[in-house]
Write a protein that binds this ligand. Structure first.
Ligand code: ARG
Length: 258
């Protein structure tokens, strides 16, 4: 009996070590090409960038990634997960690429490799009270943001904030504002624009941008061949007019970084 237990324990250790080494191995561009299919993860709760239209994953980033993959000669297998799981999954090699409106930050760049940016944007203040417009106006206020975002990081740094409440989904942070549980919500300027347009009578007052950022996709840290293949295809999509057409359809303007 003791021997069996000892043997089982050893087998488990070997299996764990083996899966750890396998997991650390991100698929190179060549490997993905051989497979013919790239696995891309997103959130699906951040309209108009990535969201569900019924059961169908849709949005600017979803359509853009499909265009880029097509240029790379690849089909896309989509995965939709909580925002917090996305970059972590790259490290475990659960998918090849993440596209979910991540701002390029030094902190994140320690853990993943960012591609070239696919749009430029920033965090914007939204409140129900028109007197709350700027970063300075947030002093003494309770502010809602999505967990794990650059909005959380930047709002935390503003002087005199009373409390930052964070929510797993950005839509829950918005709901907290709409129901009066917080004084303000900070989110992406285009997400805010869409929220306002889809419910113009909800009473949202759109304030200033508190910071700007470059938004990019990410691959596993050091997966340079895949990043290069993606960057080349993205540049082609940006040059041949298909990016401009897609961007205009979603935003009425070209949102690429200038
Ligand atoms: N741009 C922000 C960041 O980099 C928010 C991203 C939120 N994305 C999402 N799919 N909910 O943290």
């Amino acid at each position: 009996m003791k021997n069996i237990v000892r043997w089982l324990r050893r087998a488990l250790l070997v299996a764990a070590a083996l899966s750890a080494t396998l997991a650390a191995q991100a698929r190179t561009l060549e490997e993905v090409q051989k497979d013919g299919k790239i696995i891309i993860a997103t959130e699906g709760q951040f309209a108009p960038f990535n969201f569900f239209q019924g059961t169908k994953l849709s949005g600017f980033e979803v359509e853009l990634a499909e265009l880029v993959a097509k240029k790379m000669g690849l089909a896309v297998e989509w995965k939709a997960l909580g925002f917090d799981a996305l970059l972590a999954g790259l490290r475990q090699d659960r998918w090849d690429l993440v596209i979910a409106s991540h701002g390029i930050t030094e902190e994140r760049a320690k853990a993943v490799t960012f591609t070239r940016p696919h749009y430029c944007s920033g965090g914007q203040v939204v409140a129900m009270d028109a007197a709350i417009r700027t970063g300075a106006d947030l002093a003494g206020k309770v502010v809602a943001v999505q967990t794990g975002t650059t909005y959380l990081e930047s709002v935390k740094k503003l002087p005199g904030i009373k409390e930052v409440k964070n929510f797993p989904k950005d839509t829950d942070a918005r709901s907290a504002l709409l129901s009066g549980r917080v004084d303000a919500w900070v989110s992406d300027r285009f997400v805010v624009k869409q929220s306002f347009a889809s419910a113009p009578n909800a009473g949202l007052k759109v304030g200033d941008m508190v910071f700007i950022e470059q938004i990019a996709a990410a691959v596993a840290k050091g997966n340079s061949t895949l990043a290069a293949g993606y960057n080349k295809a993205l540049a082609e999509v940006m040059a041949d007019g298909s990016y401009a057409a897609l961007s205009t359809r979603y935003f009425g303007e070209d949102v690429r970084c200038k």
